[in-house]
Design a protein around this ligand. Structure first.
Ligand SMILES: Cc1ncc(COP(=O)(O)O)c(C=O)c1O
Length: 500
């Protein structure tokens, strides 16, 4: 495929940013020499016999709450860079990348070396929240990577190793500091699965069966252009969203008492890859700052370069009060932190404890990952590669009947799959088509591409490739996607295919 000029994609040569250095040999198919089934060269029935064996065993013993294996029908046997190999020897482009965790892909040499160095030096692997030279270096590196207005006044809290625990800590932090109890979140927001984090999450299905979630959470409209809650879309849609939020904050009869904080994703990930306009983000910062409401920016998925800036809040130039990081900062190992304005540091010793807050391997891997991202300008690379992929997707959209919207920022891209035979709403948007989205995911898998499904009604196909993805890989991924959309449309829209 050739990228279109639509969206001004840079041409291929411009996109080849300096990636290769002696410390970073490029990762190619040759790493998987024995593999017969390269992505894009096959259409296999899944799961293969070996994967099926493991999936059956998994089903016998693991919880009914397991999720990914229900859609991604494979057992993974090896992984390197953007590639994973299943137990049957099929190779895939991994555009799920640990739900955005694997900024440098699987088993990047610099990450492995950093971990080996910790192991070889007999450094402690477990330290609670005691300090160590590795931890000290991690904090130094992380603070140096933050915009200075924020870093100068920042404190860091190490959390239990999941993103959700950083969310829990942040809520306790702002409640303690403000002595208030309610929290504002957004429709479509995703903040994790623990009780508190789930309370702040928009998606109703995991909430429906859980009684007694955290009270005093109020949801606000996010600027989701394709499905504008105000039926307006565009600039008018996001303007009215911020105006409405302003009125809620100021109306003494809004029913919402002055909140302890507001939690926000700059690009909603699980909610369907919905980037907030910079102008709207600035407006939200302005509204919260004026009213002394701490703004918690959840960068758990967007952090460390994925959206084309090291931190997604940098696009709008705002300074948050609290920043949540996890996923990429552990260099593929579990780690999560809350960074916050020291003015909020009013909680007591032990206010947020947890056994596993001192993962030294993750900190070492995190330092290596952060350095590599900065030295190799991977945020810029994510922007360029994202443009290229978006450009292809727009081309595919033009010839498809089911791609309602292609959107995203950097290498966080979503395609909203819709039923264009149904009635469009007043903004010209069509109803979601979850069945077709799921078929597209399956067809991609059969051809060697792992993508995720999310968003409203599970109808947004999501691309979250590692930031090291190459031009050639983007091109192959696009080709596989194009074929998969065609195949899925043929299955799900058979009558129209015959007519067309
Ligand atoms: C924006 C955001 N916040 C919080 C979380 C929760 O992180 P974890 O799954 O590590 O608890 C996620 C996970 O996908 C996320 O994307």
């Amino acid at each position: 495929m050739q990228p279109t000029n639509n969206g001004s994609p840079p041409d291929a040569q411009d996109l080849v940013l300096p990636l290769a250095s002696p410390a970073s040999p490029s990762i190619t198919e040759s790493d998987f020499q024995n593999c017969q089934c390269l992505p894009g060269t096959r259409e296999v029935a899944l799961p293969g016999p070996a994967s099926k064996h493991y999936l059956e065993r998994q089903q016998e013993r693991e919880s009914n709450a397991r999720s990914y294996p229900r859609r991604i029908r494979m057992a993974i046997s090896e992984a390197k860079g953007i590639y994973v190999k299943d137990a049957d020897g099929n190779l895939y482009f991994d555009c799920l990348a640990g739900a955005g965790t694997l900024a440098l892909g699987h088993n990047h040499p610099i990450v492995l070396d950093a971990m080996r160095a910790v192991l070889d030096a007999n450094l402690p692997l477990h330290t609670l929240d005691l300090t160590t030279p590795v931890k000290d270096a991690f904090v130094e590196e992380l603070f140096a990577s933050l915009p200075s207005e924020f870093a100068q006044k920042a404190r860091i809290q190490f959390c239990g190793p999941s993103g959700a625990d950083a969310v829990e800590a942040a809520i306790k932090l702002v409640k303690t500091a403000t002595e208030r109890r309610s929290v504002l979140s957004f429709h479509g927001g995703y903040h994790g699965m623990t009780h508190g984090a789930l309370s702040l999450t928009g998606n109703l299905s995991p909430k429906q069966e859980v009684a007694g979630l955290m009270p005093d959470v109020h949801f606000l409209p996010y600027p989701y252009e394709y499905r504008c809650p105000f039926g307006l879309g565009g600039e008018a849609g996001h303007r009215i969203s911020s105006r409405y939020i302003e009125s809620i904050l100021d109306d003494p009869e809004s029913g919402i008492i002055t909140p302890a904080g507001m939690i926000l994703e700059i690009v909603q990930g699980e909610g369907g890859v919905i980037p907030a306009p910079d102008e709207w983000v600035r407006q939200i910062r302005h509204l919260t700052r004026d009213r002394h409401i701490p703004l918690i920016v959840d960068e758990i998925q967007t952090g460390l370069g994925r959206t084309g800036k090291l931190y997604a809040f940098e696009h709008s130039g705002i300074t948050p009060d609290v920043v949540l990081l996890s996923k990429a900062i552990g260099g593929s190992l579990p780690l999560s932190v809350v960074l916050y304005d020291q003015a909020l540091d009013k909680w007591s010793p032990g206010a947020h404890a947890g056994t596993f807050r001192g993962n030294q391997l993750a900190m070492a891997a995190g330092i290596a990952t952060l350095r590599y991202i900065l030295e190799n300008r991977l945020a810029e690379r994510a922007a360029a590669m994202g443009d290229r992929l978006m450009s292809y997707l727009c081309q595919i959209q033009a010839e498809s009947r089911c791609m309602g919207e292609v959107r995203g920022r950097g290498l966080m891209i979503g395609v909203e799959i819709v039923n264009s035979e149904a009635q469009a709403d007043r903004c010209g948007s069509y109803p979601a088509h979850p069945l077709l989205a799921s078929r597209i995911q399956t067809e991609c898998l059969r051809r060697g591409l792992i993508i995720e499904i999310g968003g409203r009604f599970g109808s947004v196909v999501r691309f979250l490739p590692p930031l090291i993805v190459t031009v050639e890989q983007i091109d192959s991924i696009s080709e596989i996607f194009q074929k998969s959309v065609k195949a899925a449309e043929k299955q799900v829209l058979p009558i129209l295919s015959e007519v067309g």
